[in-house]
Each structure stands twice: as structure tokens, then as C-alpha cells.
Design a binder for this molecule. Structure first.
Ligand code: MTE
Length: 320
């Protein structure tokens, strides 16, 4: 739904990246040499010149994949070098290095629980049985940074329709691989491994809910959750569980790694909501990775029209 321009129809990614890098570098230089990390930790206010250069980037790079709000996608570099994947490491800028070479083939996803047709799907089945679409989605991390990512994948709904949830199924539970030999972060005693997440069945069936297998038309890299991960764009990023090995239809609301870790901070719903602050920080604005200035956070991350109806009558400050 969110696709205005297919990335395959536009300037090649490398042409785009080199242009954008050039313009961004010009912007950084105009700040008098201030260093801006990929995560944009600098609090320096941009000069007028810097802002113009940055604005120029949007104008010149108008052929990049943009979302339906007109926001340009982050670069492949940014998307693959600033990650949250606690099974590898909690250092966002080190995930790519620690996860490098992680083997995700062969891979199977077990789909079962309260369904008529349980099955074990190999990655090759998932790639051949379901048409892979491009979806350009905003990703809003609960930590108040954000990106725009051109995913490839297919709606979770299509897989669920194939396994046929029974009338008792109310929720979907997802589980990440727990590979203690190759994922050093799993030695942390602070989390109840494996990483688990959950959705209500109607949330899982919403057309926006994606099983992603690619980024910029390439296979997902380990740091982004290879070979298959969930993307739920109207919820905080932690709901978008990576490297899924199990999908289970269940009757009761499942617990999640983050609810187990800090139930007062991370609720089951985790809908992006600028009106409900995290106990330790504001959720009113966010820092787009690769930009100078914060922007206001949108309710349901800008997908209100598509999903607000799922929560009619619910108090979203209680069901946070
Ligand atoms: N999935 C697993 N298995 N482990 C994680 O640590 N982090 C989550 C989510 N999925 C996480 C995970 C968080 S907090 C975010 S913001 C997104 O992945 C980040 O996705 P990205 O690194 O592809 O941008």
C-alpha cells in the first residue's frame, strides 16, 4: 500500500548512495567539521548552510524509494549498521560485525498450535509459495530513533490463511532462534531467552503486517534478522521480532521477552503513541537516523487510518 515508486524502476542503489553520501558529507563539512556518527548522536544545531545541503539531499535524491508520506528511505549502509539484536550484542554499532557470517541456511519455520494445517516451512517454500512484495515502512524504535526501510516480503496473513487458525486461536506467538554457540548475547542473564513476541490475531491478519525476507531487493543480512523477520510498522520496533523459527497460534495472550524484563515499560500492544511516554523518556518526538533534527512522532507511526479501528474502545494508555 505504501509504495509510490518501485526501487527497481529508479536510479541504482549505488548511484543513489554515492550522491546522498556526497551531499551528506557536504552538510557535515558545513557544520565546521562537527562529526556526526551514523546514529546522529550529535546535538549540534545545523547551520542554515548545513540545513540547505540536507534539504538539497531530499531534492536531488528524489528518485530514492520513498514512503507514502514522501520520506526517503535510509541508505543500505545505515539500515545494516545501526541495529538492535540483543542475541548478538547490545551495542547497536557492533551488531553487524558480531553477526557477520552468521549462517541462516538451511532454515525452517514451524507453524502450528491452534491451526488445521500445521507445517514446517523451509525458507525456499516461503520464498516460492508467496509473492514477494516491496513495502516501504517507517520503523520507530521505542528508544526514539527511527528509519525508513524498503523491505521485501509477504503479508503474514497469507501464511496464516494457509495454516487456517481454528476458532480458538486468539493470538499469534513468535519465537527467535536461540543459538547459544553462535550468539554471544544469549549469555546475558538479564533476559528470558529465547526472544519471543506476540500479536492479537486481527493485528497479525492486518495487511500491513509483513514477514520480511529482503531489504533493497537483497536477502536480509544477519544483523537485520535473516532470513525472515516480522515487521509491524505501527508498533515500536521491538515487536518486529527477528530470525523467526516458530509461529504458534494460541488462545491466551502470550508473554514477550520485553514484558518479562520490564512490564511497566514495555506493554503487549506497544503501539507507537506520542501521547504515552515511556517511564524514562518522552515518546513525543524521534531522531531519524542520518538527519540533523528530531521530528514529531506520529500516532500509530503514521498508519492510523489502517489500524486505529483495531483498538476501538480500548484505553491505549492502559493497554500500552
Ligand atoms: N528481534 C530479536 N530477536 N532480538 C532483538 O534484540 N530487537 C528489536 C527488533 N527485533 C530485537 C529483535 C528492536 S528493539 C528493534 S528497534 C528492531 O528489531 C530493530 O530492527 P533493525 O535492527 O533491523 O533496524
Amino acid at each position: 500500500m505504501s509504495q509510490k515508486i518501485r526501487s527497481s524502476e529508479i536510479t541504482s542503489e549505488s548511484t543513489y548512495l554515492s550522491r546522498r553520501e556526497f551531499i551528506r558529507t557536504a552538510g557535515v563539512l558545513s557544520l565546521g567539521g562537527a562529526f556526526l556518527a551514523a546514529c546522529g548522536t550529535s546535538t549540534a544545531e545545523p547551520t542554515a548552510e548545513g540545513a540547505a545541503a540536507e534539504g538539497g539531499a531530499e531534492a536531488v535524491a528524489s528518485d530514492v524509494p520513498v514512503d507514502e508520506l514522501g520520506r526517503a528511505s535510509n541508505t543500505f549502509e545505515e539500515i545494516t549498521n545501526y541495529n538492535n539484536y540483543y542475541e548478538f550484542t547490545t551495542d547497536k554499532e557492533d551488531v553487524a560485525k558480531v553477526a557477520e557470517g552468521y549462517v541462516t541456511s538451511p532454515w525452517q519455520v514451524e507453524v502450528g498450535g491452534l491451526v488445521n494445517n500445521p507445517g514446517v516451512y523451509g525458507m525456499e517454500d516461503l520464498l516460492s509459495q508467496f509473492d514477494q512484495e516491496e513495502r516501504i515502512y517507517r520503523l520507530r524504535c521505542v528508544e526514539a530513533w527511527s528509519m525508513v526501510i524498503p523491505w521485501n516480503g509477504f503479508p503474514l496473513r497469507k501464511l496464516l490463511e494457509q495454516v487456517e487458525p481454528t476458532s480458538k486461536a486468539n493470538y499469534v506467538r513468535f519465537v527467535t532462534i536461540q543459538d547459544t554457540e553462535n550468539m554471544p548475547g544469549l549469555s546475558s542473564p538479564f533476559y528470558n531467552w529465547p526472544y519471543q513476541e506476540g500479536l492479537r490475531l486481527d493485528e497479525a491478519m492486518n495487511d500491513l503486517t509483513l514477514l520480511a525476507t529482503g531489504i533493497y531487493g537483497k536477502d536480509i543480512l544477519p544483523q537485520n534478522g535473516a532470513p525472515i523477520r516480522l515487521v509491524v510498522p505501527w508498533k515500536y520496533g521491538f515487536k518486529s521480532i527477528k530470525s523467526i523459527v516458530k509461529i504458534e497460534l494460541v488462545e491466551e495472550q502470550p508473554s514477550t521477552l520485553w514484558m518479562d524484563a520490564a512490564p511497566n515499560e514495555y506493554g503487549f500492544y506497544a503501539n507507537v503513541n506520542p501521547d504515552v511516554d515511556h517511564p524514562r523518556w518522552s515518546q513525543g518526538s524521534e531522531r531519524p537516523i542520518g538527519q540533523f533534527q528530531r521530528i514529531p512522532t506520529l500516532k500509530f507511526n503514521g498508519y492510523e487510518e489502517e489500524v486505529a479501528g483495531l483498538y476501538t474502545g480500548m484505553d491505549l494508555s492502559v493497554n500500552f
